[in-house]
Design a protein around this ligand. Sequence first.
Ligand code: HEM
Length: 417
Amino acid sequence: APHREAERGGGQQTLERVPLELSTTESWLDPFDWYAEMRENHPVRYDERRRVWDVFRYADAARILSDPMTFSSDPTRATELDLPEPEARGPLFETMLTSDGSRHDRLRGVVEESFRPRSLVPRAPHIRDVADDLLDDVVDRGEMDLIADFAYPLPVVVIAELLGVPTEDRPTFKRWSDTLVETPADTSEAGLEAFARERRRVDDELRAYFEAILDDRRTDPRDDLVSDIVHAESDGETLSHEEAVGFCILLLVAGNVTTTNLLGNAVRCLTAHPDAMARLAADPTLTTTAVEEVLRYRSPVQALVRVATRDVELAGADVHTGDAVVPWLGSANRDPAVFDAPDEFRIDRTPNSHLGFGRGTHYCLGAPLARLEARIALEQLFARVTDVERASTELDPVRSAFIYGVRSFPIRYRAHP
Ligand code: HEM
C-alpha cells in the first residue's frame, strides 16, 4: 500500500478543501465580497475541483436545511466524494451530525435534555467563575492573546466538566480538535499522506481516551454526560459501543472550536467598531443581541454539507441524486433579501434570523450553552477591562473549510480600578 495510502490522503481531502476563491489569507479572513458576487451572479454553482454544489442565498440554504429527506446529512451517500475507506473513517462518522431520520433522533435524544436552557441555568454561576479565574491571570498584565488566554480555555473547561473528563487534559484536547477541523497546509502528495496519518492517529488516541473513561463510568457512574452515554449504551439498544465513543468525541470537538471562534470573532468585530464596544460596555443588557449579531456577521461555522437523495432543482440548477451540496451559512447571513444593511455590524439588530447555528432537525444542540458562555464571557471581559484594542495588525485565519475564526488575537486594555 503506498498507493492506497495516497488515495486515502486525497480522499480525506475532498470535503476539507476550500474553494480556490478563498485560498488566500485575505479572502478567507474576509470572504464577504466574494459571497456577495456569488449571491448576485452564481447563487448555485458546481465546483468541478471539489465536486460539490455551492449555495449562496439565504432562501436556498434555508430550504436545504429544512428538507432533510431530500438533503441528507450522511456523507457516505455522496457518489462523487472520495471518502475514506470504511475502516479508516473514525468514530466521528457514527454521530448524530452525520445521521438522518430515526437514527439521528435516537442519538440526539440521549443528551438533549442536558443542553436545554433550563438545564443550563444552574451552571451559569460556575461558568462565570471559570471566566473570572481566567481573567484574574491576565487583567493586570494589560495585554493578552484573547484566543489562547480566554476564548480557548473557557469553552473547553465548561464542556470537559459537563462531559466529566479531567480539565487538565486541555492541551491534548486542543491538539486533537485542531487536527480534526483543519485543512492540510501542505497539499503535496507527501503532505496529504502525513496529514491523513496524523488524523488516523488522533482518531485512535481519542478512541482510547474515551474508551477508558466510558469503562470507568460503567463501574463508577457520576452526574455527568459520559455517565448518561454509558447508561444509554448499557440497555443494549439505545447506543452501540461505536456510537458511544463517537458521541463523546463529537461533544468534545463540536462544543470547543466553535465557541472559541465565536468569542474571537466577537472581539474582532468589537475592536473594529469601537462605538459598538463602548455601547456594550456601558449597557451589558445588549450582550444577548450582540452575540447573535456576531453569529450572523462573522459566523463561526461558514458552511455545511448535505447530499441530495433525489434529483432536485435548486435555483435553476439540476442537482442529481448523490451530489454533495454546500450551503454557505456565512453568505446566507449577509443576504440583503433577508437582512437590512447586511454588511453593517449592529449590536442591537432585531429580528436576526441568522443561520449561524443551522436550521431544522440538526439545529445546533449546543446553541443554548454557546449563547450562555458567550454572554457571560463578554459581560465579564467588559466588567474587568476597558479601552480594549488590537495589539497586532496581522491576522492568521483558522485553516478550515467550515470553521471561521482567527488563530490568535492579541489585545491591549486597562484594568478597571
Ligand atoms: C450542530 C454551530 C456550539 C454541539 C451544529 C450546527 C451548526 C452548529 C451550524 C448544524 C450542523 C448541521 O446542520 O449539519 C455551532 C456554533 C457554536 C456551536 C456556531 C458556537 C458558537 C456548540 C456547542 C455544542 C455543540 C457548545 C455542545 C457541546 C452540536 C451538536 C450538533 C451541532 C452535537 C449536531 C446536532 C444534530 O446533528 O442534531 N452546531 N455550534 N455546538 N452542534 Fe453546534
